[in-house]
Design a protein around this ligand. Structure first.
Ligand code: SF4
Length: 457
């Protein structure tokens, strides 16, 4: 699909171009509290230094718009020419105020007025301000927060995500406003790729060419988060879908950028796979990789750059083939890499494509200014303590506002409430509320063990 180019104003002059035939723009999101101006400015500078081309900050409340304006002003004074994006969920009034301050605003239509005519009026007011201030918009839909009307009509499905996006893109067209990107994120890689593919077809049919923002949301961390992001995003980029990428990891946001850069450069023809040879036999691909480590920023945790390069390349080389059932498996080999490491990557690849599950599936949001506890540490601990369980989807979410909706189809959820308290969910039901953080993982395990519907009994 050919997307149209849209221009995102840069704070110190000039434009960042999204779409057309350009390499996908790489972006990330601060996980500081927006109200903490100093910490947010420092993190933005660090992310800009690490290669972010756009940086998003959450704007949960009206007071945060003031902080956002201050962050923007300080960054400009420091010569930082990166467009900022306000992430606004529940209030079109906050979106309107934010649109006067930063270069782009992300809205979630699922959180706009449930009555379509009223939602249209809210959008019209926002677009008028965007036009006046030269501000771009992202229509950012998420699996799990599509809003009641769409969910009643289509279910919480890729079809529903596509329909919701098309409704809002038609409104933008009616309003003659096309400085708009669109995203349909999901933590389930299958749901995410299906939704974007459906949207690509629907846009083509109506001659719409809005740029696509790609991302697997709540992908988790470590090798799982990276491989999930790469199989899904590379599948779409290979099909010509995608103009900007955010790799969501429950880690330092700077760690997202080398992975996004890898994807962007690869599909812009600027980076080749380190795949040396492969043969297919009985629907299994046997791949041999060259040890390749030119990008030291890829290293994380206990993995060096050679190993990370191998996992990202294998995910990009074979993700689409596994998704589309062209092959049923893959073996990887690389001189100097152990059997155990290679088998682990194969397992992760099959699980990322949702073809074979060797462990529970983890969903964890990347955290943002709404996060009320040490998400990364807690997520690692939840993974460690539940490593013996198989067949579950276990979610760890940073806030009670968006967490329960966005953990979508998780079996169990650990959701931060703030003030050191946690809610524990089974599916969509909060089984326990206001649990002190220090007791929450033990209680989660007790609930899973005692569950009469326990899957792995
Ligand atoms: S679920 Fe996580 S990333 Fe989403 S708004 Fe809440 S804390 Fe932020």
């Amino acid at each position: 699909m050919n997307s149209q180019e849209i221009l995102i104003r840069k704070p110190l002059g000039g434009f960042l171009t999204l779409g057309g035939k350009r390499p996908a723009v790489i972006q990330t999101m601060c996980n500081t509290h927006t109200a903490d101006v100093q910490a947010s400015v420092a993190q933005c500078l660090r992310l800009a230094g690490a290669g972010a081309e756009m940086i998003r900050l959450t704007v949960p409340a009206r007071e945060d718009v003031k902080a956002l304006a201050e962050i923007h002003a300080q960054l400009v004074a420091l010569g930082c020419n990166i467009p900022l994006v306000a992430d606004v969920h529940f209030s079109s009034d906050i979106a309107i105020e934010a649109a006067k301050v930063v270069e782009k605003v992300r809205i979630n239509p699922g959180n706009f007025h449930p009555d379509f005519d009223q939602a249209r009026a809210q959008l019209a007011r926002l677009v008028a301000v965007c036009r006046e201030h030269d501000t771009a918009l992202r229509i950012g839909l998420n699996h799990g927060s599509l809003g009641r009307r769409i969910t009643q009509l289509y279910g919480n499905t890729p079809e529903g995500m596509k329909e919701a996006a098309m409704e809002w893109l038609r409104l933008c067209r009616e309003l003659d406003f096309d400085r708009v990107a669109v995203s349909l994120k999901a933590s389930n890689t299958r749901v995410m790729t299906d939704a974007y593919r459906l949207l690509g077809e629907a846009m083509q049919a109506e001659d719409f060419h809005f740029p696509l923002h790609l991302g697997v949301t709540e992908a988790g961390n470590g090798e799982s988060g990276r491989i999930k992001s790469c199989v899904a995003v590379s599948t779409l980029l290979e099909e010509g879908l995608g103009d900007t990428i955010r790799v969501s990891l429950t880690e330092d946001p700077a760690a997202e950028l080398p992975v996004a850069r890898h994807l962007s450069e690869r599909y812009a023809g600027l980076r080749k796979s380190s795949l040396q040879s492969f043969r297919a036999e009985d629907r299994i691909a046997h791949a041999v990789y060259a040890p390749c480590d030119e990008d030291a920023t890829l290293a994380f945790g206990g993995y060096n750059a050679v190993q990370v390069r191998l996992m990202l390349d294998a995910a990009c080389d074979f993700g689409k083939k596994i998704f589309d059932r062209e092959i049923d498996g893959v073996t990887v080999a690389c001189p100097g890499q152990s059997e155990d490491f290679c088998r682990h990557i194969e397992d992760e690849l099959m699980q990322a494509c949702r073809r074979r599950f060797y462990k529970s599936e983890y969903v964890a949001c990347p955290g943002c200014g709404r996060t009320m506890y040490n998400l990364e540490k807690t997520f690692n601990e939840v993974q460690r303590r539940t490593a013996h369980l198989k067949g579950y989807v276990i979610a760890v979410m940073g806030c009670i506002v968006n967490g329960p909706g966005e953990m979508a189809d998780a079996d169990w959820g650990y959701v931060g409430e703030g003030n050191g308290k946690v809610s524990l969910y089974k599916g969509k039901t909060a089984l326990r509320r206001h649990v002190p953080e220090a007791e929450a993982i033990d209680l989660l395990l007790e609930l899973i063990e005692a569950d009469p519907e326990r899957k792995d009994r």
